[in-house]
Design a protein around this ligand. Structure first.
Ligand code: ARG
Ligand code: MN
Ligand code: MN
Length: 306
């Protein structure tokens, strides 16, 4: 497979500094080498730039860095569109606000191919706030709402060329949802597999059912992996840890199933804050998970063993 690596060192969408160093840490942990070892042709396209920042005022005075994140969203959307023409883009965050841009650019690309875009959101949080409902004001809490066409972004974030159908979005690993998000997710029809569902059913059947839907519609599949999807005991390098996350084995199983499916067309690796890491263990885990998604196996297995 041809892969395009793009760094998006955004940190203004998170509540604290450090995600700016995310792309460097993922590169230092050996991402490019791991992909090449698996036989992929990797082009590191370097660092994405925001468009020029212009002043934007909004009635929600809690919002932080709205002009900056709006400018990053525009720049990342253009880069995502360009980088997805003939290769699988892998976006190195940066906080999760980068996905406002990646999803926008990828939705525009998908529309051109005539195939529907599906999104698998691996996260403790659904990031489904609008600019009006976020109480923290941290814009890493809004990208999924923006990309699926929820109201109130016009004039503040770049207008979306194509919205992603909320019915084609599956969130997995969820365990921290704000009241406004809960209501909006339900109204929009987003699939929410919270940790309770994972405990009751196991992660494989939940993911398998979603992958079957992507297959049925011949869809493209974007995977957005937030570090806090993982349990903090194995992935401490994130500013928004929530106890009770995915285990090491659950996370690798998800990645191997995604690899088996052959459906994944793009990937975000987000929220890594290397300032909070312990000797690079979280960055290394993110690289190992990416390797599983891209074909690394313990033993050979038949396709779709689930
Ligand atoms: N819902 C909370 C907020 O809006 C947490 C969001 C965390 N998002 C993330 N990408 N880590 O502030
Ligand atoms: Mn997130
Ligand atoms: Mn999160």
């Amino acid at each position: 497979m041809n892969c395009n690596i793009l760094g998006a060192p955004v940190q203004d969408g998170a509540g604290r500094m450090g995600c700016e160093m995310g792309p460097s840490a993922l590169r230092t942990a050996g991402l490019v080498g791991a992909l090449r070892d698996l036989g992929h042709a990797v082009a590191d396209l370097g660092t994405v730039a925001p468009t020029p920042v212009r002043p934007i005022a909004h009635g929600n005075l809690a919002l932080k860095a709205l002009p900056e994140i709006s400018a990053w969203t525009a720049g990342i959307a253009d880069a995502a569109y360009a980088a997805s023409a003939d290769a699988m883009p892998i976006f190195l965050g940066g906080d999760h606000s980068i996905s406002a841009g990646t999803l926008s650019g990828l939705a525009r690309r998908a529309a051109q191919t005539g195939r529907p875009l599906f999104v698998l959101w691996l996260d403790a949080h659904p990031d489904f706030h609008t600019l009006d409902t976020t109480a923290s004001g941290n814009l890493h809490g809004v990208p999924l709402a923006y990309a699926s066409g929820q109201p109130g972004f016009h004039g503040y974030f770049p207008d979306l060329p194509e919205r992603i159908d909320p019915a084609r979005i599956c969130t997995l690993g969820i365990r921290s949802v704000d009241p406004a998000e809960r209501q909006a997710l339900r109204a929009a029809g987003v699939t929410v597999h919270d940790m309770r569902a994972i405990d009751e059913h196991g992660i494989a059947p939940l993911l398998g059912a979603f992958l079957d839907r992507v297959t049925l519609e011949n869809g493209l599949l974007h995977v957005s992996l937030d570090v806090d999807f993982l349990d903090p005991s194995i992935a401490p390098a994130v500013g928004t840890t929530v106890p009770g996350g995915a285990t090491f084995r659950e996370a690798h199983l998800v990645m191997e199933m995604l690899s088996d499916s052959g459906l994944v067309s793009s990937l975000d690796l987000v929220e890594l804050n290397p300032f909070l890491d312990e000797r690079g263990r979280t960055a290394t885990l993110m690289v190992d998970l990416t390797a599983s998604l891209m074909g690394r196996r313990i033993m050979d297995r038949p396709t779709r063993s689930f």
